[in-house]
Design a protein around this ligand. Structure first.
Ligand SMILES: [Zn+2]
Length: 353
């Protein structure tokens, strides 16, 4: 029961008077946790005089789980702070100005996506090449067309993934059809990020063994295309498929282990660690796997009363932060692999330069 709900309860002798809303919420809690409580108090329903539902804010209604349409009900452990169906693009955009239970999900991917877009526009041209010349001296023109493509292709993937995710969380309250459309864009963004992450690092791992580079690029493309077929299927989007969805993406990402083990066999473990900066790939994998597990098993909200993590620190928000951290580790690995391939310099520091 939330603080506001408790405020609407009154105690008189052995009787406790609660609002209908309290009872609805308590029944949800009981259903979720499947616990029985021993209580000697008498509970009497009285008309709800503290109705926090239907709060209007610039045409946007913030409602709780009980007042949602069924298609909007996704995570039963998140009770309050939902934006009711807006049926308006402007309504969804206006919701950016108020705090609701998708606010952190929107901004946690919108801000990094803008940073990745800025890096896409300027990193290789105005930062990377100049820094290398500073290190190695003038006359070294190290970046060729393939480097330019491989580094920027990862930045495209990171930007698209985070931007589509942010749009999904912003526009999912528009209507059921728009929500389904953007959820597919969200999943496609994840597939694009996984594909571009694997391919960009493949190039540096096998830059002098182009057949293996080509072979694993083909395999990754086939896996990615298969994933696309699944995510475009409406059944994949159902809330009961949450763990299947998380497992699916983890399995696709895990296919990146194939070229790594091949690298161990061809180059040896120590050389492979330097070629693709395995330390950072390891940190990246930890972030993605932890994020997927937290998302799939709804940690931490499933262990607490619904309502405790409505606005902050729920599983989806932690998952978003894990995705951003994983992409940063991968970016670090790609740049360090590029530097190693071109100069033979291997650095374990957080910053390359
Ligand atoms: Zn999300």
């Amino acid at each position: 029961m939330s603080t506001r709900s408790r405020a609407s309860s009154a105690v008189s002798g052995n009787n406790v008077f609660v609002t209908l809303q309290d009872i609805q919420k308590e029944s949800l809690f009981s259903k979720v946790h499947k616990r029985r409580r021993n209580s000697s108090i008498t509970v009497t329903a009285v008309p709800n005089t503290f109705n926090k539902n239907n709060v209007k804010n610039n045409e946007i209604q913030i409602v709780n789980w009980d007042n949602l349409d069924e298609w909007q009900q996704d995570n039963e452990f998140i009770y309050d702070g939902y934006v009711k169906e807006t049926s308006s693009v402007m309504g969804c955009i206006k919701s950016l100005n108020i705090l609701h239970n998708e606010s952190v999900n929107i901004w946690s991917h919108l801000v990094p996506s803008v940073i990745y877009l800025a890096l896409l526009i300027g990193f290789t041209d105005f930062i990377l090449e100049k820094k290398l010349i500073q290190i190695l001296g003038a006359g070294h023109h190290l970046m060729d067309a393939m480097d330019y493509v491989m580094i920027n292709i990862f930045l495209v993937g990171a930007f698209l993934c985070l931007f589509c995710s942010s749009c999904y969380h912003c526009f999912k309250q528009h209507s059921e059809s728009v929500s389904v459309l953007w959820s597919k864009a969200d999943y496609m963004g994840i597939i694009i990020l996984i594909s571009t992450s694997i391919i960009s690092l493949l190039y540096y791992g096998f830059h002098d063994h182009l057949f293996l580079c080509k072979l694993f690029t083909i395999i990754t493309t086939i896996f990615g295309a298969t994933c696309c077929v699944f995510v475009l299927n409406d059944k994949f989007n159902h809330k009961d498929w949450k763990i299947v969805r998380a497992s699916f993406f983890v399995l696709f990402a895990a296919s990146g282990l194939l070229p790594i083990f091949t690298g161990f066999f061809v180059f040896g473990i120590e050389n492979s660690i330097k070629r693709v900066q395995l330390l950072y790939v390891f940190f990246e994998a930890i972030c993605y796997i932890a994020g997927a597990l937290i998302y799939g098993f709804k940690i931490p909200e499933c262990y607490f009363k619904p309502g405790k993590f409505d606005y902050f620190f729920n599983s989806h928000q932690i998952f978003h932060l894990c995705c951003v951290a994983g992409s940063v580790f991968h970016f670090r690995a790609v740049i360090a692999s590029f530097v190693y391939a071109k100069t033979g310099i291997h650095s374990n520091s957080v910053f390359i330069f």
